[in-house]
Design a protein around this ligand. Structure first.
Ligand code: SF4
Length: 292
């Protein structure tokens, strides 16, 4: 199999088979990102994809789902994605769905009608790392699109009926920006219909441009308490029917459940944790995670 980087996937895609059709990230400029630095963006040649599909067929396992590797395989044109699906169904006829990560700008080169055709070819459960609906933050973090582009682009997914998920990156605005970040992002997500809202917490890694900003005093990290209150505000403002999934290691207070049904439970849990632990206790929780 050809993999230019280690496997990157959401936790629940652990049972999927992995295929590389692009490597790296077509944007590769977000200030906080450490992913795919070992692999410049490139599109896999068809011969390489076929070689990998033949190898997957040789395993004799009837994989129902393929998770495409790379930061944004969905950036490929409609024609290329259609051809990839044709190849997958030819070599692995048991595959039912195809997922992968996308960026908001991965949708610029596709119409809703084309997305509908791709949906019929099996594309489903595309995860968009939207991160924020706040222009100041998107621009500061070099996300490469503005907030007013998010709804028009992702609405094409709704119009096509293709299932998708979005990511909210809490703490992305830094100290003092939590409530605004939460409100503006919820306002955008309220106009969409994602199956799931995945929530991650900003981690500032060494050797990132964001860490340089921290060292120069240009960016101050949000405190643990601020992050919990930001999350609470986000949940309070989110009015859609979706699954909230904040269960990854970047979040010290995991929450998981459908809204609106479990919304109040999750809000109460966050408030309880904030009241009981306080800033110091939350910091200790974070440090104990880092020590693992
Ligand atoms: S789009 Fe994703 S993978 Fe690419 S630089 Fe930004 S955070 Fe990293």
């Amino acid at each position: 199999m050809h993999f230019a980087s280690s496997i990157v996937r959401p936790p629940y895609e652990g049972g999927s088979a992995y295929l590389q059709i692009t490597s790296g990230c077509s944007h590769n400029a977000c200030k906080f990102c450490t992913y795919y630095k070992d692999a410049p963006f490139s599109v896999s040649p068809e011969s390489e994809i076929i070689e990998d599909l033949k190898e997957m067929r040789s395993y004799g396992i009837p994989f129902p789902r393929i998770w495409l590797q790379g930061a944004d395989p969905f950036i490929l044109s409609f024609q290329k994605l259609y051809r990839v699906a044709e190849l997958i169904h030819t070599y692995l006829p048991f595959v039912k769905t195809i997922g992968g990560y996308g960026r908001v700008d991965s949708l610029r080169n596709k119409t809703a009608d084309q997305l509908k055709i791709l949906k019929d070819m099996g594309y489903s459960g595309i995860v968009f790392g939207v991160e924020s609906g706040d222009d100041r933050i998107l621009s500061y973090q070099h996300k490469g699109y503005s907030a007013d582009e998010i709804v028009p682009q992702l609405s094409k997914m709704d119009e096509a009926g293709m299932r998708y998920e979005v990511i909210f990156l809490s703490g992305l605005g830094g100290k003092g920006y939590g409530p605004d970040h939460a409100r503006k992002t919820a306002e955008i997500f309220n106009q969409l219909h994602p199956d799931r809202v995945m929530i991650s917490g900003l981690t500032i890694f060494p050797d990132t441009p964001l860490m340089q900003d921290v060292k120069r005093g240009k960016f101050q990290e949000a405190t643990e308490g601020e992050r919990i209150l930001e999350l609470k505000e986000f949940l309070q403002d989110l009015k859609i029917d979706t699954l909230i999934d904040a269960t990854n290691a970047s979040i010290i207070t995991s929450i998981y459940g459908r809204i609106p049904e479990r919304k109040q439970d999750m809000i109460d849990r966050l408030q309880r944790i904030y009241d009981v632990y306080g800033e110091k206790g939350l910091r200790r929780m974070r440090e104990s995670l880092q020590a693992i």
